[in-house]
Design a protein around this ligand. Structure first.
Ligand SMILES: Cc1ncc(C[n+]2csc(CCOP(=O)(O)OP(=O)(O)O)c2C)c(N)n1
Ligand SMILES: [Mg+2]
Length: 359
């Protein structure tokens, strides 16, 4: 009889340097501890959260389409935005508002996209990609980009994001496999928010961790606390540097919790355990960061209120700019895809023009 004595030991410790009490629990780069950087990062996390709240309010009042909130997951995307260099290529998914804003996308454009107008997707650095809604497709696109970067000997990285659910899809594995065998300058970040709509992680995979999915691809896998902005920065900077310097691809599992409905079209109270959600709330990234600021910089309630007030004013200017944008022409959905429309779409286009229901 064969004995499987080598039974796998999958050791993927969770990197953490800022604990939920807001105290350092591991070494952190000095540059990340500078007051200017601390304030810039903290401000951006709140900018993202307040923007997110406002987007939900717009949807609830009929002024935005279905919207995917990033509540509780802001640190992952913010750390990505702060770690990427301008000429890296960012291939986002739909909860990457924080990084998109840091890449230079305006809030009005993010709202335009979620308002149903694809033109909002194009307000990003020219090499970056629009948010991908079909899950996991973007990882294959990013592997393609990384291949081009490698062939051109460019010292740039491609970084793509996805959810825990997306990591079950074939595209995800195919892209990772290619990244391994071709030694691509690719970083893939999984936002493990424990849910794929109403499917919990326990029903998603039998893997103990998502980081271990790197093993079969022969690339590096890392597991990090997705609520700890600083650990995320450390891990991302290292992974991106590896990519840029020809050391190959990295898969990062960022462990967090979706503190919001899947999208505004969902109601998680119908399937999620409230106690679990309340517990996750204690771990969330912004309050943790605030505790640090209180201890390190003597951050006060008054400063917090002022920050929120200023950010809300800035957000309102962008909301007004979004609301003043001309409405998209519904015919746009038939343009730019085919040189000759397939018959079924041609019928739909004709019906649209006949009804002219948008006028
Ligand atoms: C190819 C594809 N199949 C199904 C869907 C419908 N869908 C949208 S989001 C989602 C779950 C994604 O969960 P996860 O990857 O964990 O990301 P999260 O939304 O939790 O950030 C599904 C199944 C889709 N968008 N694309
Ligand atoms: Mg998920």
């Amino acid at each position: 009889m064969v004995t499987f004595a080598h039974a796998q030991t999958l050791n993927y410790p969770l990197h953490q340097c800022l604990n939920p009490q807001g105290q350092w629990c591991d070494t952190v780069d000095n540059t990340l501890q500078q007051p200017d950087f601390l304030l810039a990062a903290y401000t951006h996390l709140w900018r993202t959260r307040l923007f997110d709240q406002r987007a939900i309010a717009l949807q609830r009042t009929g002024q935005l389409g279905t919207y995917a909130s990033c509540l509780g997951q802001e640190a992952i995307s913010a750390a990505i935005g702060f770690s990427l260099q301008p000429n890296d290529v960012f291939v986002p998914y739909y909860r990457d508002q924080a990084a998109q804003l840091l890449r230079g996308t305006k809030m009005r454009s993010i709202l335009q996209f979620w308002g149903g107008d694809e033109w909002g997707s194009f307000d990003a650095p020219s090499q970056d990609f629009p948010s991908c809604i079909p899950i996991a497709n973007q990882i294959t696109h990013a592997a393609g980009v990384a291949t081009a970067l490698k062939l051109k000997h460019q010292k740039q990285a491609a970084l793509s994001t996805c959810g825990d659910g997306a990591s079950s899809r074939g595209d995800f594995y195919e892209a990772l496999n290619l990244a391994g065998v071709w030694h691509l300058p690719l970083v893939v970040v999984i936002n493990n928010n424990q849910w794929a709509i109403s499917v919990p992680l326990s029903q998603q995979t039998a893997c103990e961790t998502l980081a271990q999915k790197a093993i079969a691809a022969g690339i590096l896998g890392v597991r990090v606390d997705g609520n700890d902005f600083f650990s995320l920065m450390m891990v991302l900077q290292e992974a991106l540097q590896r990519a840029r310097t020809g050391k190959g691809a990295t898969l990062i599992e960022a462990v967090t919790y979706r503190l919001c409905d899947h999208t505004t079209a969902d109601d998680m109270s119908r399937y999620a355990n409230l106690d679990e959600k309340n517990q996750a709330q204690q771990q969330e990234p912004l309050i943790r960061f605030q505790k640090l600021l209180r201890q390190q910089l003597g951050w006060t309630d008054t400063q917090q209120q002022q920050l929120e007030q200023t950010l809300r004013q800035d957000i309102e200017l962008e909301v007004n700019a979004y609301l003043s944008l001309p409405k998209p022409n519904p015919d746009d959905m038939f343009r730019h895809l085919y040189s000759e429309l397939p018959t079924d779409l041609a019928h739909q286009r004709a019906a649209l023009w006949q009804a002219k229901s948008w006028e």
